[in-house]
Design a protein around this ligand. Structure first.
Ligand code: TPP
Ligand code: MG
Length: 611
């Protein structure tokens, strides 16, 4: 007879999580690096009791905001290239729904994270329990139903034995490259505390290996023929290249064949910036070199990219070209009329390289790209060179890049900075560029930086964040100090939502409600960000320009604890070179001549709505 062990559901769940293993660079590690937790009545008795005393097998980390801790968990998984993940437990109600935005972020970016929100009583004994939403039309609805559209797998645990099937299914979703994304197991408060006789065998250690699917033979043959027939092929490398750990295969294929490589936001860093075939970023925030290549190409090969509008220049940049999509997920592979090659990026590129043997691109294509890259590098020098004026984002990026060195990681998510970083940051190695631009969620930066540092404590983490994004969510700065996970934050204060202010004027609007000066106010706030950061326990200073920034970055590097450098920047300047049109709909009716003119431009662009 098989042995059983009597445990609460929460005890069984946490014990099971601790037994899931992965192999990273030949070393066996727990898949779950830990549990982020903010307790309330919905999880403190059940999950709280189970986690206490498990510190070695499944460490618990206390955060200050559920969205923040979820961002840290997601950033940890992204920095770990989806090989490892973290879990997040919250109370019911607001603690749970605070994570919904983060769940959407993980869903868009295809990143693994296990959400464990507390849920209302399965027994319904105390209904309505504190924080229960109550739906009079549907008694099975709880606040956690908000997670359904933003989870790859959603389940509500209403009986303790349900986790015996739910947990392995959750792991399958978290570790499958095509399904990968957030999993939500809503844990009814009473069921967390309920006991069950679990089979001992349920807790046996299990090793999970990432599946590397080879491409279908016929689809691969089409790809090989297309490349051989192409006059000017271009590879667009997306995040899938990094998650498949295909960067060496890609670099080798590019070097051997001469096929140039452009990178999406998620794919940036796949190729070292000075690789001979590297064109840099592509699309709305692309380099002039990559976008010129995209326009001149007769074959675009997307690798591990979801083709979001910033990558495709709102579907204009690749229009009319032959498009082949190498992707592990078939729905991504068939997007926008692409010919699909469904398979792992690394396996597919390796098979392609083998089939191409010593085939090379025409010298004319190689030389054309070399010339445009030289032009771009000259534009890069102009954009990043310090001056005596109020600094631009580009000048700050230049200073941070010069200081950061080869091993560092830069972290960003929203505002004007992601576009400038996409164009201007020069990646030395995969993982050195961590910009969340699938959801571009304000408030990701500081918490995300903490997650990146936890994934790789040996590396310096440079968080670049706007004043708006910092104000939205900065509380995990205190957590970084508390956990001794140092991050360096460069806070660019341009007086508000600079990029949206520019976009507003670009669509004919008057400056309104974006910069603080243009928003309703009795007193214009003069926020002392350095004092704020110090109050959270970080070291902080404000600098007066690029030279002072460089000196402060030296001090930040030496600092044992998290360090925030505040610098005022010009809200109006962005890098002119490179870039591409972006589809932002302009009002059809307005009394403002500027809006009417912008609408006429817009209609010309979209051909009266026909395209
Ligand atoms: C959570 C969230 N709310 C709103 C937005 C829309 N948005 C994008 S950038 C931005 C302004 C960001 O301001 P700041 O961080 O100061 O950067 P800046 O634009 O000044 O460079 C806003 C409101 C968003 N991306 N995320
Ligand atoms: Mg700002």
């Amino acid at each position: 007879m098989s042995k059983h062990v009597r445990l609460t559901m929460a005890q069984a769940l946490t014990r099971w999580l601790a037994m899931q293993r992965v192999e990273v660079n030949g070393v066996e590690l727990p898949y779950f690096a830990g549990m982020w937790a903010i307790f309330g009545h919905g999880n403190v008795a059940g999950m709280g009791e189970a986690l206490a005393g498990m510190e070695d097998a499944l460490p618990t980390y206390r955060a200050h905001n559920e969205q923040g801790m979820a961002h840290a968990a997601i950033a940890f998984a992204k920095a770990s290239r989806r090989r490892r993940a973290m879990a997040c437990t919250t109370s019911i109600g607001p603690g749970a729904t605070n994570m919904v935005t983060a769940a959407a972020l993980a869903h868009v970016n295809r990143l693994p994270v296990l959400f464990l929100p507390g849920d209302v009583y399965a027994s319904r004994r105390p209904d309505p329990v504190l924080q229960q939403v109550e739906d009079f039309a549907d008694a099975t609805v709880s606040a956690n139903d908000c997670f359904r559209p933003v989870s790859r797998y959603f389940d509500r645990i209403t009986r303790p034995n349900q986790i015996i099937d739910a947990l392995p299914r959750a792991m399958t979703v978290l570790t499958d490259p095509a399904l990968c994304g957030p999993v939500t197991l809503a844990l009814c408060q009473d069921v967390q505390a309920e006991a069950f006789d679990y089979p001992e065998s349920f807790f046996a250690p299990r090793l999970w290996r990432p599946r590397r699917m080879r491409p279908d033979r016929a689809e691969l043959a089409t790809l090989v023929e297309a490349v051989r027939a192409a006059r000017a092929p271009l590879i667009v490398a997306g995040g899938g290249v990094l998650y498949s750990e295909a960067e060496a295969v890609l670099a080798d294929l590019a070097a051997r064949t001469g096929i140039p490589i452009a990178e999406t936001q998620a794919g940036k860093g796949a190729l070292a910036w000075d690789h001979r075939q590297a064109l840099g970023s592509v699309g709305v925030t692309g380099t002039s070199a990559a976008n010129a290549a995209a326009e001149a190409a007769d074959l675009i090969i997307g690798v591990g990219t979801r083709l979001q509008d910033f990558t495709t220049g709102s579907r204009r940049l690749f229009a009319g070209k032959r498009l082949i999509q190498i992707n592990i997920a078939a729905p991504d592979a068939i997007k926008q009329g692409a010919e699909a090659v469904v398979g792992d990026a690394g396996e597919t590129l390796e098979a392609l390289a083998e089939a191409l043997a010593d085939w090379q691109v025409d010298a004319a294509w190689r030389n054309a790209n070399r010339a445009t890259v030289a032009e771009w590098n000259a534009a890069w020098e102009v954009a990043t060179a310090p001056s005596n004026a109020l600094p631009s984002d580009a000048q700050v990026i230049g200073a941070v890049w010069r200081q950061a060195g080869d091993d560092a990681t830069v972290v960003c998510a929203a505002g004007g900075l992601p576009g400038e970083l996409h164009k201007l940051w020069r990646s030395h190695r995969p993982g050195g560029y961590h910009v969340e631009y699938g959801f571009s969620c304000m408030g990701y930066e500081v918490a995300g930086g903490l997650g990146v540092k936890m994934a790789d404590p040996a590396r310096d983490v440079y968080v670049m964040v706007g004043d708006g994004s910092y104000l939205m969510l900065n509380s995990e700065l205190a957590t970084s100090v508390m956990l001794g996970r140092k991050i360096i934050v460069i806070l660019l204060d341009n007086g508000g939502y600079g990029c949206i202010n520019r976009l507003q004027q670009g669509t004919g609007g008057r400056p309104f409600n974006n910069l603080l000066a243009d928003a309703a106010h009795e007193t214009l706030p003069d926020i002392d960000f350095a004092a704020h950061a110090r109050s959270l326990g970080a070291a902080a200073e404000k600098v007066g320009g690029i030279a002072e920034l460089e000196a402060a970055l030296d001090r930040a590097k030496q600092s044992p604890k998290s360090y925030v450098i505040v610098i005022d920047t010009d809200p109006a300047i962005t890098t002119e070179a490179g870039g591409h049109w972006w589809d932002v709909a302009v009002p059809e009716v307005s009394a403002r001549p500027e809006v009417q003119a912008a609408r006429r431009d817009y209609e010309n662009r979209i051909d009266g709505g026909r395209t």
